[in-house]
Each structure stands twice: as structure tokens, then as C-alpha cells.
Design a protein around this ligand. Structure first.
Ligand SMILES: C[S@@+](CC[C@H](N)C(=O)[O-])C[C@H]1O[C@@H](n2cnc3c(N)ncnc32)[C@H](O)[C@@H]1O
Length: 361
């Protein structure tokens, strides 16, 4: 689908909707692995860090509100939300709060307005024990009233930037990113521009959540960051598809200008970088930070499914810039390049992401 802007000006490129073979719902195993690995860490964080006493004192009723930011269409969001609810119930049973009745749960599924909320809402689990609501809008701005949410989660979404950094498309800037769609480690100025955009975006996310979180609540963020001793998996992958575009320019299939003006609006930060930004913002303390490492005895995706996964995530961005007619060609060529590269087998791409558990300072 074409891109759009949310009312607070974040550029939106929703994942491939529906339930079809090429949809995000059918091609999000990578993110599901992250959700599986973080399940117990989130449960432990809720048992240990959620201040149920304070939360309940500040509630006029027994409604417990959870928001998942950048939920896409499921099913991963349902899995994560259910884990949060089960963990809160477990905590409730294990503590004495003087409550006559159990909690009622309300879950807010947030994503850009162009997200396929129809598919999401139609596929809500039949046995769900919560009231569900869709909340369209960018998590870079305010989404909820003050002090209204008890647990925020966001998985594999905060690395999406609100926009491509302006300098990298400015021909007169030292950060101009000619002929590339992301960067390599030598492109210091381009990295700085991406990093500055990420800093500004994370700042907006933290400032908004700090207002919306009920005192005593927690925030869990799963961000695909890069640990210091790991190669940058995202950079390698983006450069494979970048090379596809350069080949297409060389063959006269697309204009050079079209490639020079295209950049991926995502940024995989370093793991220390995210930590520093949260500390610099100062509105939250980091209760836990865990790197999720890829296990190389786990089954690696085959080339076809790796390509389908990337396409389900990236198709919107490519379609907006290059047009629908070129998208099939670009991703067919990408699949071939992926098959020729050792990218999927390289054990030096170690990380699956980093989970942060935050509380208000
Ligand atoms: C890779 S998907 C992750 C979906 C789900 N959390 C999971 O783990 O499977 C990233 C989602 O973040 C959403 N997203 C990106 N930027 C956003 C923003 N500024 N506000 C709300 N949602 C955003 C995208 O539309 C997309 O649905």
C-alpha cells in the first residue's frame, strides 16, 4: 500500500496485510522467535517489578490496561499480550491486595492508521479474556490519556524511524548517501545522520510513554539492536537489496536518481546506544536489559522464506518509491542474490534483539 503520514507526521509503511501466503501474518517467524525467547523474561519482570499495589491504589476500578505499540496484524501480538495477562494474574494470585474481584483487562493494539486492523480484529483469539481496541497513530507521539496504561509493550517496531534523515538525501550534505539505501561501517556521516534521527524518535517515544504510564507500571521494549561484538545483520541484508538496485541501474532498468533518492527508514542501533539514549532521556530507569542471541543449532530459514519475510516487511517502502511494477522484479532479484550470499549462514550475525524493561524514574 502507499505510504501515508500519521497526524504527528511519522511516515507510515504498514506490513503486508491480510492472511495470504505473502502476508506479514504468515511471514513473521523471526519476530515470533523473539517473542518466544522473551516470554519468560517479561513474565519475570511483571512478577518482580510491576508495582500492583500502587497501580491498584491509583485505579478507580479494577481495569488493567495494556498497550502493544506497532502490533501489526498478529499473531505475535496476541501471544505477547496473553503472556502479559497471564503474568499479571499470576502476580495477583500470589499477593494479597484486598481485592474482592479479579481484574478486567483492556488491550490497545496500536499501529499506523494504514495497518490492516481488519485482519487483526477478525483474528482476535476466540477465548481472549480482554476487551480489545485498535488505536491508530504513531507511537512517536501521544496515543493515550495521561496515567492510563499499566503495561506498554513494543516488539520489533521502534527501529522504524519517523522519516528518512533529511541530510542523507541532500546532495549538498556531507552525509549524502549516493548509490546506497542504508550504510556500511565506513559511511560515518550517514551513520551519524541515522543515529541522530533515531535519538530524536526514541526521545519522542519515551516522553509520550512517560506521561501515559500509570505510576508503578512497566514498559517492555524489544528492539533489534546490534551488540558490540556482532556484525550488523540489518546492514548486510539492506546492502544485498541495495546491490540489486545498483545492478538494475547498470542494466538500465531503473534510473540512478531513483536509487540515490531511496533510503530505508529504519535504523538498527548499537545495544549500548539504546541504553545511553534511555539514560540520557532520564524519564525511565532500566530494570532489565537482555540481549537475545541467535542459537545456531536452531533451524535457519531457507532462502525463499527469508525473502518472503523481508518482502512482507519492506514491500510498502519499496512500492511507494519504485512503484508496484518494479516490486516483483526487485524481490525476485533479491531472492537470487540472497541465495548466492552466505548471509543466512553467517554465525557472526549474533543478535535477535534486546529486551528492555523500564519503569518511571
Ligand atoms: C516488524 S512489525 C512488528 C509487529 C509485531 N510487533 C511483531 O513483533 O510481530 C513493525 C510494526 O511497527 C509498525 N510501526 C512502525 N512505525 C510505527 C509508528 N511510528 N507508530 C506505530 N506503529 C509503527 C509497523 O507499521 C509494523 O506494523
Amino acid at each position: 500500500m502507499a505510504s501515508e503520514r500519521d497526524n504527528n507526521s511519522s511516515k507510515a509503511f504498514p506490513m503486508k496485510g491480510g492472511q495470504g501466503q505473502d502476508s506479514y501474518a504468515q511471514n513473521s517467524n523471526h519476530q515470533r522467535t523473539g517473542a518466544n525467547i522473551t516470554k519468560d523474561i517479561i513474565k519475570e519482570a511483571i512478577l518482580e517489578k510491576l508495582d500492583l499495589e500502587t497501580l491498584l491504589q491509583n485505579s478507580s476500578n479494577n481495569v488493567f490496561r495494556i498497550a502493544d505499540l506497532g502490533c501489526s496484524v498478529g499473531p505475535n501480538t496476541f501471544f505477547t499480550v496473553q503472556n502479559i495477562i497471564d503474568s499479571v494474574n499470576l502476580k495477583l494470585q500470589s499477593e494479597e491486595h484486598g481485592l474482592d474481584s479479579s481484574l478486567e483487562f483492556q488491550v490497545f493494539f496500536n499501529d499506523h492508521a494504514g495497518n490492516d486492523f481488519n485482519t487483526l480484529l477478525k483474528s482476535l483469539p476466540e477465548d481472549k479474556q480482554y476487551y480489545a481496541a485498535a488505536v491508530p497513530g504513531s507511537f512517536h507521539g501521544r496515543l493515550f490519556p495521561e496515567s492510563s496504561i499499566h503495561v506498554f509493550n513494543s516488539s520489533y517496531a521502534l527501529h522504524w524511524l519517523s522519516k528518512v534523515p533529511q541530510d542523507i538525501v541532500d546532495k549538498n550534505s556531507p552525509a549524502y548517501n549516493k548509490g546506497k539505501i542504508y550504510f556500511t561501517s565506513e559511511d560515518k556521516k550517514v551513520i551519524e545522520a541515522y543515529s541522530a534521527q533515531f535519538e530524536s524518535d526514541i526521545e519522542s517515544v519515551l516522553n509520550s510513554r512517560a506521561l501515559e504510564l500509570v505510576p508503578g507500571g512497566i514498559v517492555t521494549f524489544l528492539i533489534p539492536s546490534i551488540p558490540p561484538n556482532s556484525k550488523n545483520r540489518f546492514e548486510a541484508n539492506a546492502n544485498i537489496i541495495g546491490n540489486v538496485l545498483v545492478d538494475m541501474v547498470n542494466k538500465g532498468l531503473i534510473g540512478e536518481e531513483l536509487v540515490d533518492s531511496f533510503n530505508i527508514p529504519m535504523y538498527m542501533p548499537g545495544s549500548e546506544e539504546v541504553k545511553e539514549l534511555i539514560e540520557k532521556n532520564g524519564k525511565f530507569i532500566i530494570e532489565k536489559s537482555e540481549l537475545l542471541l541467535r542459537l545456531f543449532n536452531e533451524q535457519l530459514p531457507d532462502v525463499r522464506s527469508a525473502c518472503m519475510h523481508m518482502r512482507a516487511v519492506w514491500e510498502g517502502v519499496f512500492k511507494e518509491h519504485f512503484g508496484q511494477d518494479l516490486v516483483d522484479d526487485i524481490f525476485n532479484r533479491y531472492e537470487k542474490k540472497l541465495a548466492e550470499s552466505i548471509f543466512l549462514l553467517d554465525p557472526s550475525f549474533k543478535t535477535l534483539g534486546q529486551l528492555f524493561v523500564l519503569k518511571r524514574t
